[in-house]
Write a protein that binds this ligand. Structure first.
Ligand SMILES: [Zn+2]
Ligand SMILES: [Zn+2]
Length: 347
């Protein structure tokens, strides 16, 4: 004798209680594959576009990913579902977002799917970092100055690029790393940063690029909640000389080719490479810069001597031939006129 079960919903015969006593159709009709609120809110920073994930952590994200992440965090898939496949199709809707959700799964051997739309309202506010920046908060100042001169426009813009690049890199590990202000001064630039470590890294990167040095000082700025608060400053000193400068050290006339812990240059009288600890050029004199170079005619090459025309007076001048000179009589060459005489510049 065979016993049958009957679906308590529709009365049709059901199969061996496989579907909780219902027939397959009524089981599926009652099965909730996915639960999700149809209206959600995403908190997004007006200034930097960061998004507050799970109400805890601000992360960098674009609007499409923000809406998808918001929906994903609120999606509950029925634990009875297997081989679950979820796809999101976000779209902008005015200032807000709408995400179409499609879920595929297998339940008790049957294919099931569900489609629905979730509206995500973008709630604009300020993130933790932008609030601090707006409040002028900083932990260290990087003060960039130059030895016996003011930094050039080019050095200033390169220092700022270096600072932004370094901060962006450090921000990937710690989002509370930022520049809160950059002040342009006649004597240099002050970069206000958080945290102190970022100020040190920026200082190191600048002297790696330009040479020079930096020192660190801390000053008691007051007390907060019973603790002493220190303001740290990094005094970065760019070297007195720059790449392209023509300097005289003793009898040598050197064009500086690179600056760092060591100065690499070319001796303009002999053509021999110059390589010295940057501390050794502290007493050198600045004669000019490559940008002051003029074009003239090399009129004659004879053994170790050459004859060039003074670019201003066209008077012929005899110089000793530097090793780098490959030009022949009649060729145009670059020279620099200084108070110590005229020198041929390498190409
Ligand atoms: Zn039924
Ligand atoms: Zn922000």
């Amino acid at each position: 004798m065979t016993s049958y079960l009957f679906c308590p919903n529709c009365g049709r015969r059901s199969d061996n209680g496989l579907y909780d006593g219902f027939c397959a159709q009524c089981f599926l009709d009652r099965f909730d594959l996915v639960e999700c609120p149809l209206h959600l809110v995403a908190k997004v920073c007006t200034t930097c576009g960061s998004f507050l994930q799970n109400g805890k952590k601000w992360i960098k994200c674009d609007n499409l990913s923000i809406s998808t992440a918001t929906v994903r965090s609120q999606l509950h898939i029925n634990p009875a579902a297997e081989e679950v496949n979820i796809s999101f199709a976000p779209q902008t809707l005015g200032g807000n977002m709408r995400v179409h959700v499609h879920v595929d799964a297998v339940v008790k051997g049957m294919d099931v799917s569900k489609d629905f739309d979730v509206d995500v309202r973008i709630d604009k506010r300020s993130c933790d970092r932008c609030r601090l920046i707006a409040g002028g908060y900083y932990e260290a100042i990087v003060q960039i100055r130059a030895e016996n001169r003011f930094p050039t426009a080019d050095e200033r813009s390169k220092c700022k690029d270096i600072a932004y690049n370094m901060i962006n890199r450090l921000q990937k590990r710690d989002r509370m790393t930022f520049i809160s202000e950059i002040r342009e001064l006649k004597e240099g630039i002050d970069i206000y940063v958080v945290p102190t470590y970022a100020g040190e890294q920026v200082s190191k990167a600048i002297i790696e690029r330009f040479g020079g040095n930096f020192s660190r000082a801390s000053k008691l700025a007051g007390r907060r909640e019973g603790k002493e608060v220190y303001r740290i400053s990094f005094a970065v000193r760019l070297p007195q000389f720059m790449v392209g400068d023509i300097i005289s050290i003793g009898d040598h006339i050197i064009e500086i080719n690179s600056m760092g812990k060591r100065i690499i240059g070319t001796n303009l009288k002999t053509g021999i490479r110059f390589n010295s600890d940057s501390g050794n050029v502290a007493g050198a004199d600045l004669l000019g810069h490559r940008s002051d170079a003029k074009t003239t005619i090399l009129t004659m090459v004879q053994d170790d001597d050459i004859q060039v025309l003074d670019p201003d007076t066209y008077e012929p001048i005899i110089l000793s031939r530097p090793a780098f000179l490959r030009a022949n009589g009649g060729d145009e060459i670059s020279v620099i006129k200084t108070r110590s005489g005229i020198f041929v510049l390498p190409d």
